[in-house]
Design a protein around this ligand. Structure first.
Ligand SMILES: *[C@@H]1O[C@H](CO)[C@@H](O)[C@H](O)[C@H]1NC(C)=O
Ligand SMILES: *[C@@H]1O[C@H](CO)[C@@H](O)[C@H](O)[C@H]1NC(C)=O
Ligand SMILES: *[C@@H]1O[C@H](CO)[C@@H](O)[C@H](O)[C@H]1NC(C)=O
Length: 263
């Protein structure tokens, strides 16, 4: 009896230990991946993501940064690339609304920006203050990153909550080169837009013309068919009455000839 109780006790302890360890390890791995990404410890990130990526989107730290956010902030380009192979959600935003691309635009390398864009990061997401990655690259005076973002569709018309476009921010910061660059791209965007607009309007007009033309042709053909059917009917009935007259005439003639004969 005593030994049975002891055995039960041991079993309970063992279960508690196992459960504890597993939950503990789980809580730790999320943080471990975050910490390794923060440090830029490529080997550790590789080890922690080998065959399992469940911690890649877990937020940590003061502003709910994901491992990707923190690696971008700390300019660990290789770690960012490795984390991307884990298929993270790059649209996740920290407490202040920064995506990994925001962090990269302000703190990271051009190589990192290209990797994020190639992965499919949306370049026009706005943070809690309405700023896009383009705004942040401008504020950081990072011309090559500004150029890359523009090349990949960054919208120069988006205004922050301070009602500033990225171009306004550049002028305010006194970044003449960046300001010119944005102006050129705005112009290109405008021309592209108008060209697209003209083409779509033209396409629309052509469509309308083709439809109208088809309708006209259909109307013409159907009225011609109608007219010809009408005349055919008219001719038919004329023919009919002519035939009838001919029969009457013939009868009359016959009667007269009989008459003549009788006389
Ligand atoms: C980030 O790292 C790259 C080299 O990988 C360096 O050229 C760049 O200046 C760094 N960015 C910042 C903001 O320190
Ligand atoms: C903007 O365009 C002008 C004229 O096309 C060109 O001379 C200038 O170098 C461009 N500026 C930038 C910053 O690309
Ligand atoms: C481009 O066209 C869209 C509608 O097609 C319009 O809302 C937008 O203002 C245009 N962009 C520019 C730069 O004019």
């Amino acid at each position: 009896m005593r030994s049975l109780l002891t055995l039960r006790y041991v079993c309970l302890c063992w279960t508690a230990f196992v459960v504890n360890t597993v939950t503990h390890v789980n809580a730790d791995t999320g943080k471990a991946l975050y910490d390794a990404s923060d440090r830029g410890d490529l080997d550790e990130v590789k080890r922690l993501t080998e065959g399992k990526c469940e911690d890649v989107d877990k937020p940590h730290g003061a502003y709910n940064w994901t491992p990707l956010n923190i690696a971008a902030r700390e300019n660990h380009t290789q770690v960012v690339k490795l984390l991307l192979s884990c298929k993270p959600d790059v649209e996740l935003q920290s407490t202040v609304g920064w995506t990994a691309l925001h962090d990269a635009a302000y703190y990271g390398s051009l190589d990192m920006i290209n990797s994020l864009i190639d992965y499919g990061a949306d370049v026009n997401i706005q943070d809690a203050r309405g700023r896009t990655a383009l705004h942040l690259a401008v504020i950081g005076n990072r011309k090559e990153i500004v150029r890359t973002l523009l090349k990949h569709g960054a919208d120069t018309r988006i205004t922050s909550k301070a009602v500033e476009t990225a171009g306004d921010s550049a002028e305010k910061g006194g970044f003449k080169d960046i300001s010119n660059l944005i102006e050129n791209y705005s112009l290109i965007q405008l021309i592209k837009n108008e060209t697209e607009d003209t083409i779509s309007r033209l396409r629309h007009s052509i469509f309308v013309v083709v439809i109208s033309f088809t309708l006209v042709i259909l109307t013409l053909v159907s009225s011609m068919i109608g007219v010809s059917l009408y005349f055919r009917y008219k001719l038919g009935s004329m023919q009919h009455s002519l035939d009838r007259h001919a029969v009457v005439f013939q009868n009359e003639e016959n009667r007269q000839s009989v008459h003549i004969y009788e006389n």
